[in-house]
Design a protein around this ligand. Structure first.
Ligand SMILES: Cc1ncc(C[n+]2csc(CCOP(=O)(O)OP(=O)(O)O)c2C)c(N)n1
Ligand code: SF4
Length: 278
């Protein structure tokens, strides 16, 4: 018999230490966390072999609440810490959680180069379209023409398409869904967890407090409806997806993974050293 959702999630939470959480009621971060835990549970990863790393932001609090090996690091630098850990312990499953500002603003350079290297990390970008924790400044993912505390008369910049950026930088797996499409989201996370290399899942999430309130969607429900109405599965893109967010697996290809290539470099260096000693 299938377990009720909370029975799956509960054993993974640091209930005795870190709760209640800091999130606004109805924040999408809780849905992302639930999806991720269920995906990890289905893949069957043990707590000891799993590490979760984040920067700073509301989404950056995710690892704080779960009982894995966790690092809550500095804003924009989660991928730097994660790269170090993966190089030292390549056998570990290293999951990186970043906000859109964290991943693409201050951390944008780390993001493109980690994707280019194709280092084996599972990367979850919680794209709530705004800087949530600091009060609603626009991020590189904020839609053009929307409103933010730093764009009270309308946002004039173009928006990064996170998935296309990840693909162009070299990521072998890129997927996207929303916190409205919760079961789809966790299936994509499950796939990303089993993919070798730099596997990115963009989870479009609701910050009704900072983004929604400034853009006519001040409740979680109104933002979830917006996600339902403004996204289409990748398969429907041509017929009814004009101008909408595409969901599903957007890139899936096999490329050499960095820590495996690095092992080969170590072997070559050892062989050259042994040759030199003869
Ligand atoms: C080096 C540095 N610069 C700026 C900040 C302030 N700061 C904290 S969180 C944040 C933005 C958070 O937005 P995002 O990464 O999108 O995550 P969210 O809170 O929306 O989940 C900023 C600018 C900081 N903590 N450290
Ligand atoms: S400010 Fe936004 S992202 Fe942060 S907890 Fe509240 S709803 Fe969530």
């Amino acid at each position: 018999m299938k377990q009720p959702m909370f029975q799956t999630i509960y054993p993974y939470l640091r209930t005795n230490k870190k709760f209640p959480n800091v999130w606004c009621p109805g924040c999408g971060n809780g849905i992302v966390l639930g999806s991720l835990i269920r995906a990890i549970d289905r893949v069957g990863l043990s707590k000891d072999e799993t590490a979760m790393i984040s920067g700073i932001g509301c989404s950056g609090r995710l690892p704080v609440y779960v009982d894995f090996n966790t690092l809550h690091t500095t804003h924009g630098r989660a991928l730097g810490f994660a790269t170090g850990l993966k190089m030292a312990r390549p056998e570990m499953k290293v999951i990186v959680i970043m906000g859109d500002g964290d991943a693409l603003g201050i951390g944008g350079n780390h993001f493109i180069h980690a994707a280019r290297r194709n280092i084996g990390l599972t990367v979850i970008i919680v794209n709530n379209l705004i800087y949530g924790m600091t009060g609603g400044q626009y991020s590189p993912a904020t839609p053009t023409d929307s409103f933010a505390t730093t764009a009270p008369y309308g946002h004039i910049e173009q928006t990064f398409d996170i998935a296309r950026l990840a693909e162009a930088a070299g990521a072998p797996f890129v997927a996207r869904s929303t916190v409205f499409h919760v079961f789809e989201l966790e299936k994509l996370m499950e796939k990303a967890l089993t993919k070798k290399g730099f596997a990115v899942v963009e989870a479009i999430s609701n910050c009704h407090t900072c983004y929604g309130r400034q853009n006519g969607m001040s409740t979680p429900v109104s933002m979830l409806k917006w996600m339902r109405e403004n996204s289409v599965p990748i398969s429907a893109k041509d017929s009814k997806g004009e101008g909408k967010i595409t969901r599903g697996i957007l890139v899936d290809r096999d490329l050499p993974e960095y820590t495996e290539l690095y092992d080969q470099v170590i072997e070559r260096a050892r062989a050259a050293g042994a040759e030199g000693l003869r």
